[in-house]
Every structure is written in C-alpha cells, then in structure tokens.
Design a protein around this ligand. Structure first.
Ligand SMILES: [Zn+2]
Length: 258
C-alpha cells in the first residue's frame, strides 16, 4: 500500500532574544496589542482590568496599562513601569491600586510567570458569582481542567497587598483563577499566553452558562479531559493561539505600536 505523507510546514515558535532591550519592546508590543484585543472583545469596563508583563531586565518590576485609560486607545508608549513598591518608574500616569495589589503578588509568588491578565468581563464575572470551577464540557474548556482554582472570599475592592497575596496563594501553580464576585485572572509564560487564556476562559464561562441554560450538560470523561488539556492547554498552545490575533490587531490598528 502506498503511504501518503502529509507535509506540515514548521510551526512558529516563541521568539528568543539576545538583548533585554529587544525583549522589553516585544513584551510591550504584545501587551498593548492584548489590551486592544480585550477592548475589541468588550472586556474593558470603566477603569477596571489590567494586563501586566514582567520586565526582562528588572524581574521585580512590571509593565501595565495606566489607570483610567481605555484599552481601545492604548499604545506602547502609554504603558507604565511599576516597581515592587508600587512606584511608577517610567511613564507619567498612575497605576491602579488594585492592579498593583493583585498583580505584584502574583508576579512575586510565580517567578515562572511573565504576564498576568485580569478584567471584569461579562461572562467571567457572571460565572464568578456561582462559586464553581468550570466543568470540562468542551475541548476548549479542557485547557482549564484541573488547572484553575476558585478564590472564594470576596471582601471588597482589592486594595491591600495581603488580599493580593491570598489571591496569589489560591492561584497556586494553576494557569487561572476565578475570583468570586469579581472576575477572571489568568497567567502565562508570555503576554501572548496570559491573554489567550483569558480570552478562551471568558468564552468557556459563556459556553457553560449557555449549555446549562439549555439542558443538562454531560462532562467529558476525566482521562479525555486530561489528555485534551495537554493538547490544547499547553504553554505552547497558549502562545500559538494568540499569534493570529496579534497579527490581525497589529495590521488593523498599527498605532498601538507607537
Ligand atoms: Zn478587578
């Protein structure tokens, strides 16, 4: 029998850098693009929400969108650099207090994490009210199978570092947390990955609510959910899934790179 070989072009790989200057610029470009994409998806609400990216040279510092600026107008030059004390090192705008309280503690607790994303997106915050983890109902949902947690203790706006620390502890080594009565939090080994997990987690919340509204959902078997997590929920797939979105938004809104 004749064997038919299907040739697959090489898949793209995350870039490697020899200079921190280049790596910093890359992270900032991805951060600005992710914020524009969050806006396009309707994840921004008033002044809430932020994405942070660890600085490659000063790992205890992170880049973040400034307080009170719409995600839809963010440019690379608008991003601010914040140190471990919450002081703005670069940029002339201020940092959101809650953003610092949560993200500084996540970055401290997870040295493997480059970026963290949080927003008050509609389906994520609606789901967060229920106090439940997401079920493996779809292939996409399996990205979060046994890889997300629930922070089940809402006490008001997170302004204290202690509260951010408790959220970071609850996150543990997972890629995401549902922060009850508040919204979703995702992390990644690149900005790309953190942003993609957020986008697909928001849709997963939407899909589960639709399924439960329409009938009685059937869960994917644990062994299949575990396998699917290794397939669609890997660090690489998180990065890979973001690439077409980056290319689209950078082409459509090139001013984000300014
Ligand atoms: Zn929030």
């Amino acid at each position: 029998m004749q064997t038919i070989r299907i040739s697959r072009p090489n898949l793209p790989q995350p870039p490697k850098f020899t200079s921190v200057t280049d790596e910093r610029l890359h992270r900032k470009q991805r951060l600005a693009a992710a914020l524009r994409l969050f806006s396009r998806n309707g994840f921004d609400q008033d002044a809430a929400g932020q994405i942070t990216a660890r600085d490659p040279e000063y790992p205890e510092y992170f880049w973040v969108n400034p307080q009170g600026m719409r995600f839809s107008t963010i440019r690379v030059s608008d991003l601010i650099l914040v140190n471990h004390k919450g002081e703005v090192i670069e940029g002339d705008r201020s940092v959101n207090e809650a953003a610092f309280a949560i993200h500084s503690q996540v970055h401290t607790a997870r040295p493997d994490v480059v970026a963290a994303a949080h927003a008050h997106s509609t389906y994520g915050k609606s789901w967060s009210n229920l106090g439940r983890l997401l079920d493996p109902l779809t292939q996409d949902a399996c990205s979060f199978y046994q890889d997300h947690t629930l922070f089940n203790d809402y006490t008001g706006v997170v302004l204290k570092l202690e509260e951010g620390k408790r959220i970071a502890q609850t996150l543990g080594n997972n890629k995401a947390a549902i922060v009850r009565n508040h919204g979703l939090l995702t992390v990644g080994h690149s900005v790309d990955e953190a942003a993609w997990w957020f986008i697909t987690m928001e849709r997963t919340c939407q899909a589960q609510m639709l399924a439960e509204a329409a009938g009685k959902p059937e869960l994917i078997k644990p062994e299949c959910a575990n396998l699917a997590r290794t397939q669609v929920g890997s660090n690489y797939m998180g990065w890979f899934s973001f690439q077409p979105l980056y290319e689209m938004i950078a082409r459509q809104q090139p001013d984000l790179l300014e």
